[in-house]
Ligand binder design. Structure first.
Ligand code: ARG
Length: 585
């Protein structure tokens, strides 16, 4: 099914070309869905921007566009309003035909992209032996949603976990391990080191206080880098332990991701230096090998250097990212690379992109995007911390969300006088709790900081996961009550739109593919959240105004089709956010 917005836009462009020639045809989106039915369903305000180049009044321009505009299959005759807006109102026949097409398609008639890209989404990417903190949680949730949406649209998506699994911090970790758990290094079985974050803290403390420990740590870094067997074994033990901890979080959040940590690129680092040198991009600055950046200056106003190789021969976070970008383009053949990290890393990525471009590793045909997000704050607007001032462990955060969700379910079940099994309650609590955490994050414009509030995210009212899940459950309730199998609803039965609430849902349903196309471009999952929220609201209005099971045929079946389409859109849309629906809650 052609997207209504895309279809209308191309017709409008054709009219522009026919009226004024191709020089003036605009490629920008020139059509927007309207919120006010007075202005039809879509409004074009292209005439105003053409007034100057054409030296004509906008209204006259609009008249000429409309003369050449063929929207007869889709819209009522276009109307010109105000200074030159063109208002388009969708025909009821068109709406009902599109809905029937959606009904018959198991992907709700969302077309797969014509030119699938190889897309890499670099997300989550926590650091070994360090806390996987709320920033990584944001990256995980946002990255997963983008990956799901792009894959659904037909792209070939590679999800990469750029784990911080290399660096000088391993010197102290290995030294600490050798001293507190030497048996780990000789045992062939997996060893449990307990809480690795506490382990990291102990190691760090000794490193800061004990000169001999510090010296041994430096020694261990050299051993590790030169491939010393025992040091490598210790490194592996630390990575495995961390990996197990990370995996627990991924399982709970239902995240699929391929680990390709920083260490993967180690063998490629010397070539980065060598090739930058032969391209004459590298300069020696205070003993280090650097690239002087354009557009980045230091305090004195001089070009800022990006260190590629330190004076002691070591490499940096940036060196690894240069090796990674090159590998992803040359070996993975990526067309688009998306990096999901906090906004604080924006400069880092701009610098990587610049150097890769100047080195000729990043051609214009490849799009690289940093997808930044803001900070997670506590309800006091300060950094998100526990009451005692510690960083919040993700495991505890998810447990708390599920615990609170369980209290809510238990209360509701009791108030409704229902009796449910403990398994049912547990399952609902888990899905609502996890879904609420994800949705709270995704529904914000990711570029702003966001305030973490269990109360808000678990509320049954408002732009929350429980609200959306509940709308879905409502539809399933109708199917249970009426003994209706939605999948068996007549494909030949007509959709009849009469009530304004029915029109509102119908038009909104048609905008699903436009919304996904917007997410694909802008990489803003909150667009999809907003869409689903409005769909739930429209459904609830319809539910309040229109009888479904009590209605007479053929209206009854038509309304059931609207219910089914709403439920399937909610289910699919939520799944692209990584949220699972419930049949009952
Ligand atoms: N490990 C990094 C961090 O915790 C994030 C890595 C992001 N990806 C990348 N290719 N640099 O901040």
């Amino acid at each position: 099914m052609k997207s209504t917005l895309i279809d209308l836009t191309s017709r409008l462009q054709a009219a522009l070309i026919a009226a004024f020639g191709s020089e003036l045809a605009q490629t920008d989106p020139i059509l927007v869905p309207t919120q006010n039915p007075k202005f039809g369903d879509y409004q074009a305000n292209v005439a105003m921007s053409l007034a100057k180049p054409l030296r004509q009044k906008p209204r006259e321009i609009a008249v000429q566009i409309v003369e050449h505009l063929d929207v007869s299959g889709l819209c009522e005759p276009p109307e010109i309003a105000g200074p030159g807006f063109i208002n388009l109102k969708l025909k009821t026949d068109y709406l009902t035909a599109q809905l029937k097409t959606m009904q018959k398609s198991d992907r709700l008639a969302v077309e797969a992209v014509k030119q699938p890209q190889k897309v890499i989404v670099d997300f989550s990417s926590p650091n070994i032996a360090k806390e996987m903190h709320v920033g990584h949680l944001r990256s995980t949730i946002i990255g997963d949603s983008l990956a799901r949406t792009l894959a659904f649209l037909g792209h070939d998506v590679l999800r990469l976990n750029h784990v911080g699994d290399w660096g000088t911090q391993f010197g102290m970790l290995i030294t600490h391990l050798r001293q507190v758990c030497p048996e780990a290094l000789t045992s062939s079985e997996a060893v449990d080191l307990g809480d690795l974050v506490a382990f990291y803290k102990e190691a760090k403390q000794r490193f800061d206080q004990d000169e001999a420990f510090k010296a041994a740590s430096r020694e261990a870094v050299v051993e590790l880098q030169s491939g010393g067997e025992e040091a490598l074994r210790a490194w592996q033990i630390l990575c495995e332990q961390s990996r197990r901890e990370f995996q627990k979080i991924y399982d709970r959040l239902n995240i699929q991701i391929t680990e390709r940590g920083e260490s993967f690129y180690n063998p490629l680092l010397p070539d980065v230096v060598k090739d930058l040198k032969s391209l004459e991009l590298l300069e020696t600055d205070q003993g280090a090998e650097v690239v002087f950046l354009t557009g980045f200056t230091n305090k004195e106003g001089n070009p800022q250097p990006l260190i590629i190789q330190k004076s002691n021969g070591g490499y940096n976070y940036a060196t690894t990212d240069l090796a990674a970008i090159r590998y992803r383009i040359q070996r993975d053949e990526a067309d688009r690379i998306i990096y999901v990290t906090d906004a604080g890393q924006a400069n880092h990525f701009m610098q990587i992109f610049q150097v890769a471009r100047r080195a000729g590793w990043l051609p214009d045909t490849v799009e690289v995007v940093h997808v930044p997000f803001g900070l997670v704050q506590g309800e006091d607007g300060k950094k998100f911390k526990t009451r005692s001032g510690e960083t919040v462990r993700l495991r505890d955060l998810l447990d708390e969300a599920v615990k609170r969700a369980r209290q809510d379910v238990e209360q509701r079940i009791q108030a409704e006088g229902r009796s449910e099994t403990p398994e049912f309650i547990q399952q609902v609590a888990e899905k609502v709790g996890i879904g609420a955490v994800k949705y709270a994050d995704l529904s914000q414009n990711r570029t702003s900081d966001y305030i973490f509030s269990f109360d808000k995210m678990l509320a049954l009212q408002g732009n929350t996961a429980p609200y959306m899940l509940y709308a879905y459950v409502r539809v399933q309730g109708i199917s249970r009550k009426g003994g209706i199998d939605f999948s068996q609803l007549g494909t030949d039965a007509p959709v009849i739109l009469a009530d304004e609430a029915e029109f509102a849902i119908a038009k909104h349903l048609l905008q699903f593919d436009e919304t996904l196309a917007a997410v694909e471009q802008e990489l803003l999952p909150n667009r999809l959240c907003q869409y689903l929220f409005e769909l739930s609201q429209k459904y609830n209005q319809f539910y309040d105004r229109c009888d479904v099971l009590q209605a007479a045929e053929p209206q009854r079946t038509s309304r059931l089709i609207l219910c089914d389409l709403t439920a399937r859109t909610l289910k699919l849309g939520l799944s692209l956010l990584g949220i699972e629906v419930l049949e009952r809650m």
